[in-house]
Write a protein that binds this ligand. Structure first.
Ligand code: PHE
Length: 491
């Protein structure tokens, strides 16, 4: 057996997993989802989703990697040949996400540069026009945006540099990219809280509306947010865990990762809403009119608010460094998940696999740097999260829960973990988690049929949504049919 790359320490592994989990989603997704679904009361469904689906699935993904010592397709294949394709599907979804995640990070580089006085940041509203050159519709490709393109290249260069040498370097990088955004965000939070209007903003974030708990949508949103945020279903955590020695704790690591991620999301909400409260007051508008999630929050709303503050450039630079350090460890974790899969199958070197992947990623992301890129990003993102991840999590539970058997894995987990997990885990993996995911899936399909997503033309949803899903499934099936390369006997 060729020897496998190893983390330098348990701490390095945990930090890397936490770094993957804590990403842009904690900052621009969680606070908005909470706000729209019961405010403070949302913490109840969120914690329920975390415990009934997030933690059990994370334990499953960790245990697969550390038990079989392989990436996601390899581990699933080792469990049962028929399961390999699920793993490639996961990597396909992850790869697709990495294409546009890197583009978003590219915008963050541009904004960081412009916090030091580039012209297009004078007015944050210029994001769509000047930086991206957004066209009138998804069918008008427009031109490639140079700043976006340069930012994209910088992002891929960073990713390449960080993972080309394997997880030892990753372990070092995350010692900076995990704590740094937390510290910077704390500064931004303190700044935010001392601004007029901040408390009004926090009221919007936290005032509990317990009525929302009777709404099925609230629960669905809680499950969806947990999966996205914990980086489940992308083949990342299994790959990361495969670099642990076989005798490493699993259960405790899963709880630590999940709660660190949830805690960070909750905390990020304070930084976001205090600033939104300030912006609303400064503009003399109600708070709800400035609440927006996603790229608009990071690249339009927040910059507008920062431009009104004293020392605007310093705060802005801090904020964009926060975004970059939040995002980079999520971005390279996807790449590492895919690279691990390619290496296990074809036995090529880490450096080469990484190089090929990064080149592919750069060119694959070009579409998102065009004038129509923003629209395509929105469509692809929606499908990957609502269909990619949910389907994979569901299939993993069925494959292991109903075919391979949870008892074998649980016996292994309990042998190595800091504490034992009970029969509850089997029940979750066999019943509760797949039911929750199956329900999410069915409601997504029903909603999409009842009301097609956004106001895009049908062909765009077919191409960017179902079409991309179809390509991923076909590629996954083709790769599965290729026989793995058997490594040469080591002399
Ligand atoms: N968990 C990351 C976040 O919250 C997102 C992510 C998705 C990371 C997919 C890796 C893979 O932003």
């Amino acid at each position: 057996m060729a020897h496998r790359d190893r983390w330098a320490s348990r701490q390095a592994f945990i930090m890397a997993a936490v770094g993957s989990a804590i990403g842009l989603g904690n900052l621009w997704r969680f606070p908005m989802v909470a706000y729209a679904n019961g405010g403070g009361a949302f913490l109840i469904p969120y914690v329920v989703a975390l415990l009934t689906a997030g933690v059990p699935l994370m334990i499953l993904e960790y245990s697969l990697g550390s038990f079989f010592q392989k990436s996601t397709p390899g581990s699933l294949r080792a469990a049962d040949k028929r399961f390999e394709m699920i793993g490639w599907w996961a990597l396909g979804v992850g790869t697709t996400i990495s294409l546009y995640y890197a583009v978003i990070m590219g915008w963050s580089w541009d904004y960081l540069a412009c916090s030091f006085g580039q012209p297009w940041c004078d007015n944050a509203q210029l994001f769509f026009d000047n930086l991206l050159g957004v066209t009138d519709g998804v069918g008008y490709i427009g031109r490639i945006s140079w700043p976006a393109l340069i930012g994209l290249a910088v992002t891929w260069a960073c990713i390449y540099w960080i993972i080309k040498k394997g997880v030892l370097r990753v372990g070092k990088v995350v010692m900076i990219t995990v704590p740094l955004p937390a510290i910077l965000l704390l500064f931004i939070l303190i700044r935010g809280l001392t601004l007029p209007g901040a408390l009004e903003g926090l009221k919007y974030y936290l005032t509990p509306d317990f009525g929302a708990l009777t709404n099925a949508r609230t629960w669905l949103q809680a499950y969806a947010q947990v999966f996205f945020s914990l980086s489940l279903g992308f083949g990342i955590l299994t790959a990361y865990a495969s670099y642990l020695p076989k005798k490493s704790d699993i259960a405790n690591n899963a709880f630590i990762t999940s709660f660190a991620d949830a805690g960070f999301a909750f905390f990020a909400g304070f930084a976001v809403f205090s600033v939104l409260g300030y912006l609303a007051q400064a503009q003399g508008v109600p708070v709800e009119s400035v609440v927006k999630g996603g790229p608009s929050l990071a690249f339009v709303i927040y910059p507008t608010a920062m431009s009104l503050m004293p020392f605007a450039p310093v705060i802005a630079a801090m904020f964009f460094i926060t975004l970059l350090t939040l995002g980079i460890d999520s971005a390279f974790s996807i790449v590492e998940g895919a690279v691990a899969g390619l290496r296990d199958k074809w036995h090529i070197s880490q450096e080469r696999a990484t190089l090929y992947f990064c080149i592919f990623g750069f060119f694959g992301g070009l579409i998102f740097t065009t004038g129509a890129g923003y629209y395509w990003l929105d469509i692809v993102d929606r499908w990957m999260n609502d269909y990619g991840l949910v389907v994979i999590g569901f299939l993993e539970c069925i494959a292991i829960g109903w075919f391979y058997g949870t008892d074998k894995l649980r016996a292994y987990i309990n042998e190595v973990s800091d504490f034992d997990i009970g029969i509850w885990w089997d029940i979750f993996i066999k019943w509760v988690t797949p039911l929750a995911l199956g329900w999410a899936l069915v409601s997504n399909v029903v909603n999409d049929i009842r009301q097609p997503y956004g106001d895009y033309p049908g062909w765009a949803l077919v191409a960017g949504g179902w079409g991309v899903v179809a390509v991923i499934v076909i590629v996954a099936a083709l790769i599965t049919r290729v026989k793995p390369v058997v490594p040469k006997e080591e002399s």
